[in-house]
Design a protein around this ligand. Structure first.
Ligand code: SAH
Length: 262
């Protein structure tokens, strides 16, 4: 079926999912294949970049914590310039563009400059981690609340989060960008009343061949994160719903992925 939703001079923010190209939506693949230019994030891996057609220009504007290769204003300006040049522009973002992806700034900059912009959702890291571990983020009678939390802070600053609210019973917490804040997350949640033995799942490189998972408890979160995560993107899931794992999974690891217990 022909599509007329990608005119020259328009922009799609496209969710690339967690890394496995099979976790792209069909729409994402179609948009990537139709693009004249694709701006990519550091989190978008090689298997997905390989889908960018040879005729399309590929521009990496990746940011990794602490090493901002381009600031957000510069990225906005590049997107606007590409749209103004009449190109079909794809802005490829890890996971889902609406979660911790600076989508709002890019949408605002493009709209302000008069360029059409749309969003194609993607599978966010927390969903992919739950799927990979074979567990449910919400759990009847245990977790009726699921929070997506960014644990990113400016270098050296304390995390500015409402720990009392996060520590409430019946919640599953998905911490993004939490690797360097793991000690603080553990300390603050316990200080706010969360049990020290609350189960935790740490997952690096979700959905990639290099994926690693580690099951631990809240008071060991800092130690466990250091043991597992080096530079890989790391998602931390905290909450009683993770007991689904501590009961069943260690005896029978899923697939061939590295799985450990600490
Ligand atoms: N928009 C993205 C999140 C961007 S913030 C999404 O929806 O997933 C970047 C953080 O996302 C990383 O620091 C990490 O916490 C998490 N993340 C993204 N991809 C990941 C992956 N493949 N494995 C583990 N964590 C991932």
């Amino acid at each position: 079926m022909p599509h007329d939703d990608f005119a020259p001079g328009s922009v799609w923010l496209v969710g690339a999912g967690p890394g496995d190209p099979e976790l792209l939506t069909m729409k994402a693949v179609r948009l990537i294949e139709a693009a004249d230019i694709v701006f990519t994030d550091a989190l978008v891996g090689p298997a997905i970049l390989a889908l960018i057609p040879p005729h399309a220009e590929q521009v990496s504007v990746g940011k990794r914590s602490g090493r901002h290769s381009k600031d957000q204003g510069a990225i906005d300006a590049l997107l606007v310039a590409a749209a103004a040049a009449g190109k079909r522009v794809v802005r490829l973002k890890g996971g889902d563009p609406s979660l911790f992806g600076r989508a709002a700034e890019e949408i605002a900059a493009l709209r302000a400059a008069g360029h059409p912009v749309d969003v194609c959702p993607g599978i966010t890291a927390a969903s992919a981690a739950a799927a990979s571990a074979g567990l449910s983020l919400s759990l009847r009678g245990v977790a009726r609340d699921v929070r997506f939390v960014t644990a990113h802070s400016q270098r050296g600053e304390a995390l500015d989060l409402d720990w009392d609210a996060l520590a409430k019973a019946g919640t599953t917490l998905a911490f993004y960008m939490g690797r360097s804040a793991a000690d603080a997350i553990s300390r603050e949640l316990i200080a706010a009343g969360m049990a020290a033995d609350t189960p935790v799942l740490i997952v690096c490189d979700v959905s990639l061949p290099s994926e690693k998972q580690l099951t631990t408890r809240l008071d060991l979160l800092g130690l466990a994160t250091r043991a597992l995560a080096d530079k890989a993107p790391t998602l931390i899931l905290v909450g009683e719903a993770m007991r689904q794992l501590t009961r069943a999974e260690i005896r029978e690891p899923i697939g061939s992925k590295a799985r450990a217990d600490l």
